[in-house]
Design a protein around this ligand. Structure first.
Ligand code: HEC
Length: 156
């Protein structure tokens, strides 16, 4: 009989103590998880910031953009030298970035020869620039083939 009233105060004394313990545990757990998350986020942000990470995709997308504009010009029947040469020049300049952008492949002879093939194709197009739309289409086709040749071998 007397055990019932005595057990009630001890359990009510025990409850706040264990609740405080739980809060302390959760607080410490949150602190640990929080600091791990902060370190992970900082690392991810640091990793993303490096220009090397963006270099290959940036160079490829820029070439893609100039190819698209070349195609759009031809589709709109705008095929004069002033419409197309700037794009060919941009492509030729960016083609120099292929090896620096992909340093893991710069010692791969086949990769370098694909890049050289693209540059040679662009040099040929610039030395005898297309003067009409069939000429632009023909140059675009050859350039596109040079892009594709490398992608078939190296684009994962
Ligand atoms: C010498 C090899 C080579 C040549 C030439 C080349 N590429 Fe690429 N390209 C690659 C590789 C390798 C990748 C994959 C890069 C990566 O994911 O890091 C790629 C990826 C791309 C991508 C996808 C980028 C992305 O990750 O979203 C585009 C678009 C692209 N190339 C366009 C072109 C165009 C247009 C040309 C020609 C004017 C061209 N490439 C010529 C090797 C080449």
């Amino acid at each position: 009989m007397s055990s019932t009233p005595t057990s009630s105060p001890t359990s009510s004394n025990g409850k706040p103590a264990s609740a405080a313990g739980r809060y302390l545990f959760l607080f410490l757990l949150g602190l640990v998880i929080g600091s791990v998350a902060v370190v992970m986020i900082l690392r991810a942000v640091e990793g993303r910031k490096t220009w090397q990470d963006h270099y290959p995709d940036a160079a490829m997308h820029l070439m893609q953009a100039h190819m698209a504009q070349l195609g759009a010009s031809a589709a709109a029947n705008r095929c004069s030298a002033t419409d197309t040469i700037p794009h060919l020049q941009a492509l030729r300049t960016i083609a120099n970035d292929i090896e620096p952008a992909l340093p893991d492949l710069r010692d791969d002879a086949r990769f370098v020869s694909h890049a050289g093939e693209l540059r040679a194709t662009l040099d040929a197009a610039l030395s005898a620039p297309p003067i009409d739309c069939p000429g632009v289409a023909n140059a675009s086709k050859k350039i596109g083939e040079a892009c594709k040749a490398c992608h078939q071998d190296y684009r994962g």
